[in-house]
Design a protein around this ligand. Structure first.
Ligand code: IPM
Ligand code: MN
Length: 357
């Protein structure tokens, strides 16, 4: 029995996590696995119910689980709250509490979505890259302050914090194409100079991996003009946040980008997109990023590679069959809702034709 804490959160969060559970049910049957799910209030929903975005009961439930599946947090309703009470603070607290310093964001190009991407297809045919974003340091967690018309955030990194993230990047790079891009702003930032030193030191243990240092501004440009040069990217928290949204456009929509946050005993899986309040409650949101995050859970937390691949394959097959949510709809697409998309994917788990038997 594998214990999962489900935190739907806000906006489209409840719909997309419900959709992922439809797929999970099918995985249980197809692979003879058993999952025990518990749901907790989190983010703005937590604030509304308990006056805090990360209620104690939810914290306890998370501690008793083996992995967390999260929808999304935030929305305009909670935007004017003080920082500690904002839904996003709960997400940062959860990442920190679980020690999830390594955020993986695999970016894949789906040929069938060629019409939806801003790039010429020939620029993308080979894109299959993975971003290692440092997740528990940098400006997100450094000292902050506000005094009337002045404010500051601090970026601070220790050698160890950089090393443990970078090492994971090298390990993966050595098993893939043996290219690693380290993104920084070492021409301006002291933390970036430390980052570079650490990368060069760890690189000595992986002589087979070719390392390229790149400034973040240039990296943004390079992701647009020549994304195929990248395979493994390692970078600090905020650069990773920004570059991963940029790279998500390669997948045709932010609604396609999953993520896994690793580093502690309990890992967290969440789509890289936000809570899309404008779509909430309408069965319109794209559940694929959440479903692909579920696949990452099967891979990294359950060690069920076969099941993970089956989910990823089912997603591809549904797209190839012409089904789409609004965000990825093409000229001749059959547009379906959140729940229908999940059902179509579930039907195709180990059953490529999608025929109900
Ligand atoms: C993400 C999100 C979060 C982040 C927000 C909601 C705090 O944008 O997971 O990329 O910046 O990390
Ligand atoms: Mn982001």
């Amino acid at each position: 029995m594998f214990k999962i804490a489900v935190l739907p959160g806000d906006g489209i969060g409840p719909e997309i996590t419900r959709a992922a559970q439809i797929v999970l049910k099918k995985v249980e049957q197809a692979f003879n696995l058993k999952f025990a799910l518990k749901e907790g209030v989190f983010g703005g929903a937590g604030y509304d119910a308990y006056g805090t975005p990360f209620p104690e009961e939810t914290e306890k439930m998370v501690e008793e689980s083996q992995a967390v599946l999260l929808g999304a947090v935030g929305g305009p309703r909670w935007d004017d709250l003080p920082r500690e009470l904002r839904p996003e603070s709960a997400l940062l607290a959860l990442r920190k509490k679980l020690g999830l310093y390594c955020n993986l964001r695999p970016v894949k190009y789906f040929k069938v979505l060629a019409e939806k991407v801003a790039w010429k297809p020939e620029l993308l045919s080979e894109v299959d890259l993975i971003i290692f974003r440092e997740l528990t340091g940098g400006a997100y967690f450094g000292t902050k302050g506000r005094k009337e018309k002045e404010a500051f955030d601090t970026i601070q990194y220790s050698w160890e914090e950089v090393e443990r993230l970078v090492r994971r990047g090298f390990t993966t790079a050595s098993k893939r194409k043996k290219i690693l891009h380290s993104i920084d702003k070492a021409n301006v930032l002291e933390t970036s100079r430390l980052w570079r030193e650490v990368v060069n030191q760890v690189a000595k243990e992986y002589p087979e991996v070719k390392v390229e240092h790149m400034y973040v501004d240039n990296a943004a440009l390079q992701l647009v003009v020549n994304p195929q040069q990248f395979d493994v990217i390692v970078t600090e928290n905020m650069f990773g946040d920004i570059l991963s949204d940029l790279a998500a456009a390669i997948g045709g929509s932010l609604g396609m980008l999953p993520s896994a946050s690793l580093g502690g005993k309990i890992s967290l899986y969440e789509p890289a997109h936000g809570s899309a309040p404008d779509l909430a409650g309408q069965n319109k949101a794209n559940p694929i990023a959440t479903i692909l995050s579920l696949a990452l859970m099967l891979r990294y937390s359950c060690q069920e590679e076969e099941a993970a691949l089956a989910v990823e394959k089912a997603v591809e097959q549904v797209l190839e069959a012409g089904y789409a949510t609004g965000d990825i709809a093409r000229k001749n697409s059959k547009v379906v809702g959140t729940q229908e998309m999940a059902e179509l994917i579930a039907q195709r788990i180990n059953n490529p034709s999608g025929k109900i038997t």
